[in-house]
Ligand binder design. Sequence first.
Ligand code: BYC
Length: 316
Amino acid sequence: MNQQIIQEDDIRREEEFNARIAAGKTIEPKDWMPERYRRQLLRMMSQHAHSEVVGMLPEGNWLTRAPSLMRKAVLLAKIQDEAGHGLYIYSGAETLGTDRSEMIDQLLSGKAKYSSIFNYPTLNWADMGAIGWLVDGAAIVNQTVLAKCSYGPYARAMVRICKEENFHNKQGYQIMAVLMRGTKAQQEMAQDAMNRWWWPSLMMFGPPDKDSPNSGDLMRWKVKLQSNDDLRQRFIDRTVPQAEAIGLRIPDDKLKWNPQTRHYEFGEINWEEFNNVIRGNGPCNKLRLKQRRDAHAEGNWVREAAAAYAAKHARA
Ligand code: BYC
């Protein structure tokens, strides 16, 4: 009898939850939510937070070699913004009941994923332009939609993050535009960065819809409002004219405008490469994890001092 009442209660709560989602209302931390919704969000938000934090490393590689004081100040500000994004999203993820230190342990042990894009090396200064323009550009396309997602704390974090990503995107495009107005060597440097970052940027949106195991749940619960393929197409459609405007060539022989669909058609993405990278075998996976583990160990004294300070004040 009791069991039956519990089951009826669960069904009623799930119906109320689904009705909230259908009505376009947000789910807040204290609202009842199905366990699977909570776990999917935690997976996605913690991966997202890890991406912001690991994402500081490829750009950090160029801080001491920025070509001018102004470029260095801008790059420094951008990297600090990414740290802030990580902190907002970890805070948002903590509202789902998991402690930040647990999420960080999962990253450092190699159990948690972070965006594939940050496992590629930054070889020349134009890579800073390509990351800001393409990587932050792809993130904006994804995140402006996430800003309307069903989980309140995630959606609200995205609003501020997208504003900052817009500045990142513009500074990256400006680096590329300046290089394309420069010497032949500078133009070649920009094209080289474009050639290396284009395809990995398209992979940021995740596997094709037909091979995306999480999309079904996430779309049903309005965490994702557009599919991986739709967002990828949107990114391509908005980025190709930007490349053309500054004289950069997209490294895709199959790329062509289709006036009927009003979208660009594009070539085959190398999904084998993508799967290899997310399995931990990309060009920089091991380096990135080592850098994060070292940084975490070096920051231990700060955590210890903060804990001692908090304990002292709790006693007072
Ligand atoms: N990289 O079922 P699917 C930034 C995994 S940082 C690695 O489609 P989902 C920035 C996926 O996790 C912004 N793994 O998954 C920072 C899943 O594996 P698990 C980063 C990927 O969740 C510094 C499996 O593949 N943005 O802007 O429905 C400097 C199957 O995929 C990737 C975000 O994190 C990938 N690219 O969709 C500059 C956005 N793609 O977990 C810039 C938030 C897929 O089942 N996240 N996988 O083992 C999302 O929107 C979604 O999670 C994704 C994937 C579209 C990425």
